[in-house]
Each structure stands twice: as C-alpha cells, then as structure tokens.
Design a protein around this ligand. Sequence first.
Ligand SMILES: *Cc1c(COP(=O)(O)O)cnc(C)c1O
Length: 429
Amino acid sequence: MPYDFNLKKENNHLIIGNIDANELAEKYKTPLYVIDEEKVRNNYNKLYTAFNSKYEDLHMCYAAKANTNLAVMKILEDEGSYIDAVSPGEIYTALLAGFTPERIVFTGNNVTNEELEYAHKTGVTINLDSISALERLSTIEGTKGKEISIRVNPMVEAGHHEHCITGGPKSKFGIKEEEAVEVYQKAIDLGFKPIGMHSHIGSEILESEPFMLAVETMMDIAGKVHKEVGVDFKFLDFGGGFGIPYEPTENELDLETFTTDIIKLFKSKLEEYDMGKPAMYIEPGRFLVGNAEVLLTRVNTIKESYRKFAGVDCGFGTLLRPTMYGSYHHIVVANKINEENVEEIDIAGNLCESGDLFARDRPMPKLEEGDLLAILNAGAYAYSMASQYNSRPRPAEVLVNKDEVDVIRRREEFSDLFNGQKIPTRLLK
Ligand SMILES: *Cc1c(COP(=O)(O)O)cnc(C)c1O
C-alpha cells in the first residue's frame, strides 16, 4: 500500500482541520501556506512520548530553523518543548515566543564574537562548534566558570541530499572526534565547566541504523572524555534528523522500534562508562512541523509546448526544496482529490528560471486552469527558506485549529519589497 499522507477528504475536496482547502484559498487567496495546529501538537506528543516513556529525563528541543513562525513556536512552547536555535535571530524569536533562556540551546556555526556575546547575555546554553569559538567565548566578560557544551562530528553521515549531511569527513560542523579529549581539557583550562556534548549527523533519517551509529559513536567519545578529562555530563544531545515520508513509496519512521533501540543503546553506554543519568536531548525540526502544513497554489496556465506544463501562481521563492535539493513533494488537487491520475505533467512555478519546477513528469488527474493544488509536507524548511526573488511578495500563512482559522502571517505587498531600501539623494537630482 502506498503511503497516503493521512489526508482528510470530503466531497472530492481536501479538508484541513475541519475546513475545506478550497474555501481557504477563496478567502485568503493563493499562494497560501496552511498549517494544522492539531498535527503539530500530535507530532510533538508522538515523538516525545516514544522517547520519554523509555527514558524520563528527556529534553525535546524543537529545531526552530524548520519553521520560525511565532505562532508555531508558541504552540510548541505550550506543549513544553525546548528550542534548538542556530542563530542569534532564532534566540531572539524563541524568547519572543515565550521560551525562557533555560529552554534554549544555541548551536552556532562560524559565529562572531558579537554573536557569542549576545548568546551569553541572554543566558541560553551555548554549544560550541570550534576551538576558535571556545577560545573567543573565553575572552568575553563574565564567562569564567560558565557551563558549556561542545559539538563533535562523529564520522557518521546521513541525509537525503549532500547538502543535508552534517556529519562525516566533509562536513563543516563540529570538532574532530579524535580531538575531543583535548578540546574538553582545553575548555576546562580556559575556565569553563563543560556539561554537554552534541552531535547532529544529518536530516530526513527514516531508519534506525545511521542514528544508532551516531549515538554509539558519540557515547564512546563522551565516555572517553568522562574518563580521561573527568567531565560529568549533565546532558548528551544527539541532534535531530528524524524523517517523514515525502514520497508515497516511503514509510513513516517506526518510532517504537527506533526509540527502543536507541534508548537501549544509550543506557548500556551510560553504564559501560559509568556516566550516571544525564539528560538526553534531541532536536527534531522536520518531524514536528513538516507534515503539518500545505502550500495551496492555483493552476493558471495549461500549456503544451515541447512538454506539457501546468503553471501555478508561486515558484521556488515560495517553496525552495524541489529546486535546491531536488526534493519530491507530493501534490494533490484540492478540488478533485478523489480523481485518478490520467497523465504525466510538469508542475511549473512562475519565476523566470528554468529550474523553477515543483515536479517533472508527475502523474496527475486531468488538470485544468483554476484547479487548486496542495503541495504537501510544506511545514519544514519551506516558508523559513522563502524569498522575494523576482520581486514576488511572500504569501500569507494561516493556522487552522479544527473550525478556527487565524492569519498568522499577512500576505506581503509590493511595499514590502523595499523594506529598508533607500535611493541616495544624489541620485534623485
Ligand atoms: C537542522 C538541525 C536540526 C534539525 O534537523 P531536522 O532534520 O529538521 O530534524 C537539529 N539540530 C541541528 C543542530 C540542526 O542544525
């Protein structure tokens, strides 16, 4: 059985929460991002319970870069989530959404001294990515005795695309595993109190194996640091990367097996190295929000040139993943959801770039101008990567909760294209 994305359907229409997607498109216009609050909450609770039922001291840190909409952040704050922030802007956003600094872990990459200072002042946990950053943090006033964590790069890689592999010999992230002992010793010598270790090997992981390997490798590194440097870890952070099915041929991550395997390994390694009971941190991004949002876009042009195209009213400025990663996004017709596929067609965006395609040779029902397409799994790395390229204002975003709808981001206007810009007066003569 192909994966069916758990869609709700009524009278040949796609339903989001309890609301017809076609009504949303009429009322709020297209392109439109629609996020389903219930799905975000369910995703959070499913993943949290799967881990927490097997290891109590669990911190689930939502990787905010997947979707930084304030309302989405607030929902996760309400659920009790922590935050994985990768920039000062994300720290700022998380604080604004109501997360206290104790609930925020900052994992920067190639950070400046100003950024380190900002992170230090806000009181969030800092996870350092290089020896340079460690040394530079130590020069900032008031960091003596500070509790810190270090990101290591275990020689394990995983991911759906080369750009998403964040572990292994080619990755820019973290310190080398062989130098971990030395770096933790250095942290102590610089006056810090190291209390955490972090790794994040990649994204869109749908099987236990790569993640297990990462946990095993990191636990061996942490065990060695504990033994040789005497670091008592308060937490071990295994990053995110929990995948979701994008293609009908894929399956959901088997959470029960996955978490059973991981926690068993984690506990046995804690015992092996006599490391007590530190907190386990995980940093899911995609898993919490990916399947909770769709992008509604209307077909405005059917064209047969050398190929057959359905042209829609947005492009890679609105959803970049297909162009950037070659990612597959399943697409359904929101006003003909039960119709059979009858043809293969390219779904093309409206930007002046030949790479601006949402799908090539995609089996679809008979498409007509005016049809409403729903591009699925557009909750993670979707709006957060949107741009105004081709001077196209970014779309609105609405939040659906059963029968309720709220605009959580207004549609941009032409005037938003010029935010912060100014023509020098000397050019206005
Ligand atoms: C991107 C990122 C994550 C989340 O990755 P997902 O694949 O969305 O789960 C977690 N931790 C760090 C450090 C990241 O950079």
